[in-house]
Design a protein around this ligand. Sequence first.
Ligand code: APR
Ligand code: PHB
Length: 408
Amino acid sequence: MQTRPIRTGPALTEMAAERTEVAIVGAGPAGLVLGRLLHRHGIETVILEARDRDYVEGRIRAGVLEQGTVDVLHETGVCGRLDREGLVHDGIYFNVDGDRQHIPMATLTGSAVTIYGQTEVVSDLIEARIDDGAPLRFESRATGFDDLNGDAPVVRYIDADGRERRLQARFVAGCDGFHGVCRAAVPEHALQTWTREYPFAWLGILADVAPSTDELIYAHHESGFALHSMRSPQVSRLYLQVAPDEPLERWPEDRIWEELAVRLGTTGWTLRSGPIVERSVTPMRSFVAAPMRHGSLLLAGDAAHIVPPTGAKGLNLAVADVAVLAPALVDCLRGRDPGALLRYSDRCLERVWRAQHFSWWMTTMLHVDPEMSPYDRQLQRSQLRYVMSSRAAQTSLAENYVGLPLRT
Ligand code: APR
Ligand code: PHB
């Protein structure tokens, strides 16, 4: 005979917590890569994601993968499409006031980058997770936590049917991005934060037109920054510096293409235009929260730090965090060595701060800041000329762009 518990009130509902080893909040790159790495080591995880699958797979984000990120994706085993469709780039172009200079990153550093959209990385990992039969709950929004300082923390969440639920774990991975609830759950006195806002934003477009360049072009022009990137041999991704509060209505298609052609222009080169299939404005901010561990809560990716997109580091930092976190959790949960988990925050923050500096440096060097003093403008021009002409300066830029080795 089957017996069913009689539920009479909140106290009994609260007892009915589901259990797992690691509760992962957020199904962006950080949560999905972590879930896959842990799954491969036989660690049980449940991923809770606030949005639905179409939304998560439809978000257009950055698309430059460091070699270290490609290596981690190989480690996850979710790399078939990446290997087939990823575009390996050995360099980038700088275009300063109409002068174009190639920076041969692979020659200078021995490493290349791979162009493959974050959207594709996320779709591939979701498909793999579902094939694995591992729990990934869409439309399940974490709302709070209990006992984050103990050995059996609980994530409270609202599921897709609007019911309040509880998920108990040994650890909680806070992979819920900059606006998530995990970082907010750390008491103020236990977290130090650093922020920098920039007086500009990026208007990004995705266009159904073959890229007009073989490698990315980062442009500085008196009218502002522009970037020519791509997603495939048929799809281009481009950005223009605009004001942070810029209304999209002020940018009809023709104006966008005209402005891109001016800022990216150089003698003998033409920008191909085509139908714009997506456009959005992204604000730019630098932010770090430390430490990245609070009791049983581990923060990873945008939940702990964000960078302006100029250095293409956001996705790479998220993957680098979980590449450190996954083996540390495995060691701890399998009773071997809790030491790696104790070192998690410090190990990540070293890379995070290098990427913070690089992203800030690229951003301030390449954008036109309306508040910049005439003196600072001269410094900026001098720095740009130096990067355009010095192999040493280009080597330093390239070393940061292709990324530091992982797990050093
Ligand atoms: N409960 C569950 N999920 C949540 C909650 C919540 N309360 N709050 C946010 N999320 C989800 C978001 O819907 C999102 O899918 O967490 C996910 C966080 O994913 P990302 O924002 O992509 O963050 P991360 O995985 O750290 O990846 C960083 O993404 O934003 C880019 O430029 C950034 O490339 C970088 C990368
Ligand atoms: C992109 O392709 O979306 C992209 C590329 C390089 C960057 C930022 C974004 O620096």
